[in-house]
Design a protein around this ligand. Structure first.
Ligand code: AGP
Length: 367
């Protein structure tokens, strides 16, 4: 029954709507209230080993790589361990230095992506420790890694990944919380993140229940030849993923930029035909994000802001999509949901085969 459309027009829409339940599944049994941490029994590493890692390197392809960037940010924020993400497809070819005090994390929905699987092999061959963040149980990557976190997102049919990506982000939040509590994250901050995680499934549901304005905005995007997605720091991986999703299924060219980089070049492209989807969360960078929004509007660029109720956009001629507020570290997970719907509705509007976009496969099992 899981594999049926259950009344939805496309698998992608069905999978978008499965996210509240899928998110609850990845969190289930993993939140330890007493010690304000995450219980991750599958990691296969004891606390002393986990504490010994000086760096975390996340490897994945496409959208999984972008979520990996968010994961690295979460780990740096909560655990204060230097972390970064890299495209697994490039890793093997640049003679990577495999360090014994680095924990490698391979992230993949299918667990069969050849580029990611090869990166895992390369790390293992050189004696590195690698864990997986994987959806498909018993898949190649899941079998090769030393341990890991299963996503429990259920089967994902649509080529454009949605619920698996949300559960990847939640898995990284769990890993970051777990590592944080092994290092210097206080009990109070652990509780703050834990409570934030508990709110996520319901907050995703709220976004999905009030999605009509997002479909209306998608009508405008569908008319464009090209679009920008911009965000800063934690918002940048959201922008990258938003642009990726639009490209994949609507075939509209989209480019993601750090909002701060706009004035260093791409601002030249802003005109009335180039819409910009701007991530403007309520955080320490709100004012800077608003200043960039003003620059876009001054050049007559149509602006779509994905934002929080606490951000005052009344003075700007922007279309707004408001999402519920969570903790700053977790907000990107919720900010991503409207970008899925923007891409979906734009693609439907243009009459494309949403679940099977041209030239793409669900899992890329060749190099
Ligand atoms: C996501 O919408 C894409 N279809 C694609 O980028 C995908 O995330 C990538 O190919 C990695 O797949 P995996 O998670 O199965 O490894």
């Amino acid at each position: 029954e899981d594999l049926e459309l259950s009344g939805y027009e496309h698998y992608m829409l069905k999978e978008i709507h499965e996210q509240p339940d899928a998110a609850a599944m990845v969190l289930r049994g993993r939140l330890d209230e007493r010690f304000a941490t995450a219980r991750l029994d599958g990691l296969g590493l004891d606390p002393r080993e986990l504490r010994s890692f000086r760096r975390i390197k996340i490897l994945g392809c496409g959208s999984a790589y972008y979520v990996g960037q968010l994961g690295a940010q979460l780990i740096e924020d909560l655990a204060r361990i230097p972390a970064d993400a890299e495209a697994a497809s490039e890793f093997r070819y640049r003679q990577p230095i495999i360090e014994s005090d680095t924990l490698y994390v391979a992230v993949s929905q299918s667990g069969e992506t050849a580029d990611t699987a090869f990166a895992v092999e390369e790390i293992k061959r050189k004696g590195g420790r690698v864990i997986g963040v994987v959806n498909v149980v018993g898949s190649t990557i899941a079998r090769t890694v030393d341990g890991g976190i299963y996503l429990h997102a259920g089967p994902e049919i649509s080529v454009a990944s949605t619920k698996a990506l949300t559960n990847m982000a939640l898995s990284f939040a769990l890993l970051a919380l777990h590592l944080g509590r092994l290092h210097d994250l206080s009990h109070a901050d652990g509780q703050r993140i834990l409570r934030g995680l508990q709110r996520i499934p319901e907050q995703i549901r709220e976004i999905l229940e009030d999605a009509d304005p997002i479909a209306a905005v998608a009508e405008d995007i569908a008319k464009a030849q090209s679009a920008f997605y911009i965000g800063r720091v934690r918002g940048f991986p959201v922008a990258r993923e938003g642009a990726q999703k639009l490209k994949e299924i609507s075939y509209i060219h989209a480019e993601a930029y750090q909002t701060s980089e706009l004035k260093h070049g791409p601002l030249a492209l802003i005109d009335p035909h180039m819409p910009t989807v701007a991530l403007i969360p309520e955080d320490e960078l709100t004012d800077r994000n608003l200043a960039a929004a003003e620059q876009i509007l001054a050049r007559k660029g149509p602006l779509i802001a994905i934002t929080h109720a606490g951000v005052d956009l009344a003075h700007l001629d922007a279309r707004t999509i408001v999402v519920p507020k969570n903790e700053p570290e977790l907000d990107p997970i919720l900010l991503t949901i409207p970008t899925q719907l923007l891409a979906y509705h734009a693609a439907v509007r243009l009459g494309h085969d949403v679940d099977k976009p041209r030239n793409l496969a669900k899992s890329v099992t060749v190099e």
